[in-house]
Design a protein around this ligand. Structure first.
Ligand SMILES: [Zn+2]
Length: 475
């Protein structure tokens, strides 16, 4: 099977050029100014379009059971939506397992969720929900099984205390795993929540008011320092939403500490006024949406290189589920947004065509950096001979109005309803097979492969750190 993508502009994180790209047997074989195929092949004309590495979304929650509810996208509908938005790899954050379970318990559960369902390649982040000798001893075996990143929570049911965080950081670092963290100060949130509920303040806006930016920034700064105290363990902050946390992280980067930052389109493009709307329940997620000033600060981090990754935190609960479970009370509403299908186009429209970032930086944020950080480089996140034939073709001349009716997830709404994007996703290829083309999904459940990820390497990831720290204001 051969596919030749002709006349497009091939973009990598380190440069772009008008070139043709040939994929054979699922692998990129050649990239050159003009390729004349010697053997018959399918031809895709990408004249006027960008040809980019397929998106790598390192933050999804498919089929997650939060205890309150199960999200409405499984590994078929979730990866189908991803594919239709130009994403060809996802790394899903495993949910919590039963109390006291081994790390491998959830790995087996998630293999069961994804096998025969995923239409694109996938992997999982491990989750550490308690600490004891058996768990710490199990970490290297998980890394051997291809799970080279783990998540810790500082809030929710299985939050870790500082002593447990220190042990996790040290052992993960030693085993070649990257520590990712959901940073929010649990006690501060609990206190505020008690006060609001006692006063009968249950509307969606109190969700945001109960988790102010300082709750997140405090936990970010604590994690930075605990990671430094753990032999400079590498640290990845998920879904950063606020300026104060970003300032702490900029300081850590300027001190050459190995920290990396992820944010999500919702924190760049939506703000806390959404909670005042009649349908404010749609936007319940943690951390919550912030004010417009924080959005601007995050865009600065996107433009100047401080932020390394844009992911989605796709965690879809339908509006019907939200209303039924919460009765309008924010404290009983399951949190999370759908969005895995919209990440690339939103960032392309607002970032690249909005004049804030170059096409190369777009590739760095959406595929190259996440592939490097999570042990998938150069197989993913790069268009070069030998890399996987995972490609997205984006047409900058088209206009796309997001309508949930056109999307491919299993939610019953989109937080982006009516949002007008400049550009359109024309084609998505996974291993050289067209799985989405001009609005039509043609992927097959079960064709996605589990990716056994390599251990974390500072070698791949030093340059982005330097680039960011060199741009610290006043440094
Ligand atoms: Zn998440």
């Amino acid at each position: 099977m051969r596919v030749l993508i002709k006349n497009g502009t091939v973009v990598n994180a380190d440069g772009m050029a008008k070139q043709d790209l040939l994929i054979q047997s699922g692998i990129i074989r050649e990239i050159a100014d003009h390729i004349t195929p010697e053997l018959p092949c399918e031809i895709i004309d990408a004249e006027g379009c960008y040809v980019m590495p397929g998106g790598v979304d390192v933050h999804t929650h498919f089929n997650i059971d939060t205890g309150m509810a199960r999200s409405c996208d499984d590994f078929f509908t979730g990866t189908r939506a991803a594919a239709c938005g130009g994403t060809t790899t996802i790394i899903d954050h495993m949910g919590f397992g039963p109390a006291g379970c081994k790390l491998h318990h959830q790995l087996e559960v998630y293999h069961g969720y994804a096998a025969h369902k995923a239409v694109i390649d996938y992997s999982f982040h491990g989750v550490i929900q308690h600490i004891n000798h058996a768990i710490l001893d199990e970490i290297p075996m998980m890394v051997d099984a291809g799970i080279s990143s783990f998540k810790l929570y500082l809030t929710y049911q299985y939050k870790l205390n500082d002593d447990e965080v220190l042990q996790a950081l040290q052992h993960l670092h030693r085993a070649g795993a990257l520590t990712t963290v959901h940073p929010e100060n649990d006690a501060a949130i609990a206190r505020k929540r008690i006060e609001f509920l006692a006063a009968g303040k249950t509307a969606p806006k109190y969700h945001a008011l109960s988790r102010p930016a300082e709750c997140e920034a405090e936990a970010v700064s604590r994690m930075i320092n605990l990671a430094a105290l753990s032999g400079n363990a590498p640290l990845y902050i998920v879904h950063l939403s606020n300026e104060l946390g970003l300032d702490f992280l900029r300081l850590a980067k300027s001190r050459q500490q190995p920290v990396w930052i992820e944010t999500c389109p919702q924190y760049l493009l939506l703000d806390d006024r959404c909670y005042e709307q009649e349908d404010g329940l749609k936007y319940i997620m943690s951390p919550p949406l912030r004010n417009a000033h924080n959005k601007d600060a995050l865009w600065c981090g996107i433009s100047d290189g401080a932020i390394d990754v844009v992911a989605t935190d796709h965690c879809a609960f339908s509006m019907a589920q939200r209303q039924q479970l919460s009765g309008g009370n924010f404290s009983r509403c399951p949190g999370g947004l759908p969005g895995v299908e919209n990440r690339l186009l939103l960032l392309f429209s607002e970032g690249v065509l909005g004049g804030r970032i170059t096409p190369e930086r777009f590739v760095a944020l959406t595929s190259a950096n996440p592939a490097k950080l999570f042990g998938l480089w150069p197989q993913k996140g790069l268009l070069a001979p030998g890399a996987d034939g995972d490609v997205v073709v984006i047409d900058p001349r088209a206009t796309t109005t997001i309508r949930h009716a056109d999307l491919h997830d299993n939610a019953d709404y989109s937080p982006w309803e009516g949002f007008v994007c400049q550009g359109a996703i024309r084609h998505t290829l996974s291993h050289g097979r067209v799985i989405f083309s001009d609005g039509v999904f043609s992927g097959i459940a079960g064709q996605g492969r589990f990716l056994r990820r390599k251990p974390f390497s500072t070698l791949n990831n030093s340059s982005s750190r330097k680039a960011a720290s060199s741009r610290i204001p006043g440094a």
